[in-house]
Design a protein around this ligand. Structure first.
Ligand code: ZN
Length: 248
């Protein structure tokens, strides 16, 4: 790695070049999947630099949740980048459109749901890539999962592979060969129950995490949206107790 890649504005002033060789940028939403992904990155020996994107999500405490998860996982630094995806119309996660409730697995697999945020993971990964390149970090972790919920096109293996290719073609560090970017999606082929079991083994405190698309103003999960139902089913299948509260 070239020392010149590192800039003073990167993460922190005392960023250590030596430890950076094992640093990873981890996209953290505060949800169960990204928390587990960060724990897996840590277990593989990476130093964690977590990144949350404030994209205008309706539920602002998601960002506080991500910060707590980052602290619990021992992230060296947690950064929030703000970008306004409410400019893109059409998602129940960024507008007042109703979040679907009570859907079974078949309904969830039937099509791309209204909770889809246009091009979200492409946008998020692009921001992670920009930060990673500016910091001389080659490894980026993303908690996408294609097994229990394949409704989102940007959660599929083909997307992750394509983005990794793009990362190495689209950056100075990539084309000059100073960094070989790798997009890690360790959960992509795991079921929700497998993810939860793995996270428990790694000591993830799931009471800090949040999955619901439509919590009440106090932040209590609805229990009925797709994210809640998948999470509940995952804990049940894993034979474990979900430590968070639900309205239903
Ligand atoms: Zn919910």
């Amino acid at each position: 790695m070239m020392a010149g890649v590192v800039k003073d504005t990167c993460w922190s002033d005392n960023f250590d070049l030596k430890s950076m060789t094992r640093a990873a940028v981890v996209l953290l939403s505060g949800g169960l999947d990204s928390a587990t992904t960060a724990a897996i990155a840590r277990s593989e020996g990476f130093t964690l630099y977590t990144l949350s994107i404030d994209y205008g999500q309706r539920h602002r405490f998601e960002l506080q949740t991500a910060e707590r998860v980052a602290a619990a996982l021992g992230a060296v630094e947690h950064r929030v980048v703000k970008i306004d995806l409410t400019q893109f119309a059409g998602s129940a996660l960024t507008s007042s459109e109703a979040v679907p409730k009570g859907r079974g697995a078949e309904d969830m697999a039937a099509g791309i749901p209204v909770t889809y945020v246009p091009a979200r993971n492409t946008v998020l990964l692009s921001l992670a890539l920009g930060l990673a390149e500016s910091c001389g970090v080659a490894d980026i972790f993303l908690g996408v999962n294609a097994v229990d919920y394949s409704g989102y096109p940007d959660c599929r293996p083909a997307f992750v592979e394509a983005f990794e290719q793009l990362a190495n073609l689209a950056t100075k560090a990539g084309v000059e060969g100073t960094l070989k970017f790798k997009i890690h999606a360790p959960l992509i082929k795991m079921t929700k129950a497998e993810i939860i079991r793995r996270g428990m083994e790694l000591g993830v405190d799931y009471s800090l995490t949040h999955s619901c698309y439509d919590p009440n103003p106090q932040g209590v999960s609805c229990g009925e949206c797709d994210a809640c139902r998948l999470r509940k089913a995952g804990f049940a299948e894993a034979g474990l107790t979900d430590p968070i509260q639900y309205q239903h």
